[in-house]
Design a protein around this ligand. Sequence first.
Ligand SMILES: *[C@@H]1O[C@H](CO)[C@@H](O)[C@H](O)[C@H]1NC(C)=O
Ligand SMILES: *[C@@H]1O[C@H](CO)[C@@H](O)[C@H](O)[C@H]1NC(C)=O
Ligand SMILES: *[C@@H]1O[C@H](CO)[C@@H](O)[C@H](O)[C@H]1NC(C)=O
Ligand SMILES: [Cu+2]
Length: 555
Amino acid sequence: MDSGLKLFFLFCFISFPSICTSKHHPLDPLSRKELTLIKTILNKSYHNLTFHYVGLDEPEKTVLLPWLSRPTKKTLPPRRALVIARLHKQTHRIIVDLSSCSIISDKLYEGFGYPLLTIEEQTTASLLPLSYEPFLDSIKKRNLDLASVVCSTFTVGWFGEEKMGRRVLKIQCFHPKDTVNVYVTPIEGITLVVDLDEMKIVDYSDRIRVPVPKAEGTDYRSSMQKPPFGPSLAYAAILEPDGPGFKIDGHKVSWANWVFHVGFDVRAGPIISLASIYDVEKSKFRRVLYRGYISEIFVPYMDPSPEWYYKTFFDSGEFGLGQGAVPLEPFTDCPTNAQFMSAYYATQDGTPVKIPNAFCIFQKHAGNVMWRHTEYDIGDQVITEIRTEVTLVVRMVIASDNYDYILDWEFKPSGSINIKVSLTGVLGVKGVVYNHTDDIKNDTHGTLLANNTVGTYHDHLFTYHLDLDVDGDVNSFIKNNLVTKRVTDYSSLRKSYWTIVSETAKVESEARIQLGLKPIEMIVVNPNKKTKRGSSEVVSNFAHDGATGLCSQFR
Ligand SMILES: *[C@@H]1O[C@H](CO)[C@@H](O)[C@H](O)[C@H]1NC(C)=O
Ligand SMILES: *[C@@H]1O[C@H](CO)[C@@H](O)[C@H](O)[C@H]1NC(C)=O
Ligand SMILES: *[C@@H]1O[C@H](CO)[C@@H](O)[C@H](O)[C@H]1NC(C)=O
Ligand SMILES: [Cu+2]
C-alpha cells in the first residue's frame, strides 16, 4: 500500500461517520462533501476520467418504503452515487457506495446516445472556431469584426442512425456588436462540427450568406428600456408578521397540511418527493406523490434547412436542467418573503460547484380567493364566508442558452399541487435576406420580426415523471370520458346530456393518451381504499385545461 492510498483510507474513515450516521434523508441530493469523496474514490481507480453526471443513486422504492414506515438506522438504505463518465471514448456507468467508500460496479454503456454535456466541454468547443482558418476567412468575407464574434454549441439530433458515430456538437456563431442580445445576431449559413472526444473541428460549411440582423432596439437590459418597462416599475414588499409559515429541515419542507422533500439533480433539476397531506379526521399524513420531476424538455425547431433541421434539443438529457440552474436573485426572482436553498453539482473533473440560492421557497399571496360562499336563503341573515388563497411555491430557474425556464411546484391547502412552467428569455432567430413580409419568396419557417430576422416556429414539450402514491403505492389510472347520450325514446324532454364512461388502464400502453379537445378527466385512484360510500377514497385528478394541475381530493 502506498502512502497515497493510506491517506485516502484515512480520509474515508474520517468522513464516513459524519456522512453516513446520517443526518441525511435517503433522498437528499449529494452534498459537497460527498461529491468530493466520489471524486477522490474515482481518481484512485481511473486516470483522465471525465464526469458527465454525478447524482444520487436513489434507493429503490421497495427499499425506501420500509424505511419510511420505520425510519431506523437498520432500515436506512445504503447511500450510493451514480456516476456517468467518459474514459477512452467510452461511456461508463459507475456505482459508488459512500459508506464503504468503494466502487460497487462499473458497466460500459453500449446503447445509443451519449451522456450529459459538461459546461467545460461546451465552452472549450465554442472557442475553437476563433482560431480555425476557414472560419476566419468566412468572417473576413462577410466584413465582420472578429472581436465581436461569439459562438454557441448545439446538439445534433438523432435521425435514425443505427450505429454509434462520433460524439459531436454543431457550432454556430453570432455577431453581437452593439447589443448584449447575442441570439438576435446570427451569422447565418456557417456551421462547424466539433468532435468532443478529440476536441477538434471535423467538418465545416459556409453555405449561404445573409446580412447579420442589426438587432436595433433588442438590448434587454433595463437601463436600455423606457417606462413602463424600464426601472421605474414599482416593487412590492410582503409582510408576514407571523413568520414565513413554513419550516425547512434539511431538505424536508412542512407547510400548512403538507410535508414534502425537495431534491436536486444535475440532470432533472428540482425533484419533489414524498409529498403527503395531513388528514385531520385520521390524524395522520397520507401520501399523494412519491416522486415528481421533469424527465425531459423537447424543443424541436420546424425548419428543415441544413442550418436548422438538426435543432431538436433535449434540454434535460443533453444540457442538464440542474446544471443550468441559476442563483435566484432575492426580491426579483422571488418575492421578499422567500427563503433560499443551495444546490451542488460536479464539474467535468468531479469538483463540486455550489449554486447558491438555487431554490427559493415562499408563501404566495396572489390576492386570490381559495373558497367563498354567500348565502341569502336563511331567513333574514346573510352569511358570507371567505378563505383567502395562500399557497407554497418551490421555484427554480433554468437558463438554457437563449431561454429561461421558471419551474414552480405550488402546493395548495386544498390538496392540489399546481405544476407550472413559465418560459422567458430571448428568441433564437434565423438570419434571412428579407425586410418585409411582402418580399418573402421562399418559406422562412417562421415569422419575420425585424429586418433580416425570422423567429423560427418551434415547440417546448415538457414531460413530467409523476409517480403518484395516492394513500399507498398500489394505484390505478382511470380515464373518465365525458360521452354524449342522445335521448331518442322521448322518455325525457331533454334531447341530450353527458355521462361518464370510465376506463381503467390494465397495462401501461392503455394509459397512453392523445391529448386533444375531447373532454376527459384523468384520475389516479387507490382502488383498495374505499370511502364509507364505497367510492375510491383518494383521487388525484389531472386538470386538462392547459394547466398541469394535480389535485388530490380526500373524499
Ligand atoms: C434590409 O435592411 C438592411 C438593414 O437592416 C439593409 O442593409 C438591406 O439592404 C435591406 N435589404 C433589402 C432587400 O432591402
Ligand atoms: C429560394 O429557394 C430556391 C430553391 O430552393 C433557391 O435556389 C433560392 O436561392 C432561394 N432564394 C432565396 C432568396 O433564399
Ligand atoms: C429595414 O429595411 C428597410 C427596407 O430595406 C429599410 O428602409 C429600413 O431602413 C431598415 N430598417 C433598419 C432599422 O435598418
Ligand atoms: Cu421557444
